[in-house]
Design a protein. Structure first.
Length: 365
């Protein structure tokens, strides 16, 4: 696999796109997809072959390869496909599937490069560092791999790590893909207004766990927000102060009322969350900034505020406004420029050239 950019001083190589999975069962057929269509037929053939000979195989497809062109990989880039036949109990895979179904954070570390006898072996790792399965013969290998996988899991990242067969951290023959499965990121929408209803729907579409919070019980009701995961009746700043957030959390302030906005934004802009946006006109924003400075927020904190919230799409309706906000959230998450692609010549996907590691299971028991 070509080098994947890593943060300075890090021994982890991050896979910018989450690993994708497909499964082939001899009786039930194909479930899932690994490339959105480019190499599906070729992967199917690999799976059939793996089921017949019982061997794990790693196959690369690249734009310059004749085989890749033949199977339709015309969009460029590199795809590595790991096909693992599953014919026995595979307790580590069962544990991973069960944890994912329960929404529990867990990681699966799999050997994607190394000796043939280890290729495809897997280790299921929990948040407390305990694990199930095994990667090799050396007793230190599983312990080291579990510790490294837990570090990636704590950060909610999928990536690769380099280890030696004896479990030392010196790169020496093994590459592990660590797939972290974590609960969905949170979107907290403050202000139970019509715009919030549209934003809840878009947030759910993007895969967020969406909470609506408003201090007014007459507006914060299940009837008004049937698609929200949680509806909270509380003062926004008080709820934010005591609820769980992380570096993936996005906060959308739609209350448009200073008595709610000021204490809420004072809390929000000092928290290590991914995004803080606030609805309002430019005049409202200027007054909001003045008030926030008066209560002591620093300029670096104020620069985190996305206000007026959203990208300039020219829309007016709640649905159009929700789309504008969601577009800004996606751009902020991936480092997008928000410039029309027809006016740019850079890569469409902001992954710094990092390839995706795509994994196909040979069969489900």
């Amino acid at each position: 696999m070509p080098p994947v950019p890593a943060a300075a001083g890090s021994r982890y190589r991050e896979v910018r796109e989450r690993a994708s999975y497909a499964a082939l069962d001899v009786e039930e057929g194909v479930v899932g997809s690994v490339s959105g269509g480019c190499v599906e037929a070729a992967v199917y053939d690999l799976c059939v072959q793996a089921l017949q000979d019982g061997e794990t195989v790693l196959q690369r497809f690249g734009y310059s390869d004749e085989d890749a062109f033949a199977v339709g990989l015309t969009c460029g880039g590199v795809i590595d496909i790991l096909v693992t036949p599953v014919t026995g109990p595979a307790p580590e895979l069962r544990e991973a599937l069960a944890a994912a179904a329960r929404g529990e954070p867990a990681a699966l570390a799999r050997v994607i490069r190394g000796p043939a006898r280890l290729l495809g072996t897997a280790l299921f790792v929990r948040t407390d560092g305990s694990y199930k399965g095994g990667l090799g013969e050396h007793p230190d290998l599983d312990r080291t791999a579990a510790a490294e996988a837990r570090a990636l899991l704590d950060a909610g990242r999928t990536g690769t790590i380099e280890l030696s067969e004896d479990g030392s951290l010196c790169p020496g023959g093994l590459t592990l893909l660590v797939e972290s499965s974590v609960p969905p990121p949170r979107m907290i929408v403050f202000g139970a207004i019509d715009f919030a209803s549209a934003l809840v729907q878009v947030g759910k579409f993007l895969g967020y766990h969406v909470t609506v919070c408003d201090a007014r019980p007459v507006f914060a009701t299940r009837a008004r927000f049937p698609e929200a995961d949680d509806i909270v009746v509380d003062w926004p700043h008080r709820y934010l102060r005591h609820t769980e957030t992380d570096a993936r959390t996005v906060l959308c302030v739609l209350t448009h009322d200073a008595k709610f906005d000021m204490p809420l934004l004072t809390e929000a802009l000092r928290m290590p969350v991914a995004y803080v946006g606030a609805l309002g006109s430019r005049r409202t924003h200027a007054d909001r900034e003045r008030r926030l400075r008066e209560v002591g927020l620093a300029e670096r904190e104020l620069r985190r505020l996305r206000s007026p919230v959203g990208l300039d799409l020219g829309g007016r309706t709640p649905e159009e406004t929700a789309l504008s906000i969601a577009a800004e959230i996606v751009a902020a998450r991936h480092g997008g420029t928000s410039v029309p692609l027809t006016r740019t010549s850079t890569s469409i996907h902001h992954d710094n050239g990092a390839p995706s590691m795509l994994v196909a299971e040979g069969a489900l028991d």
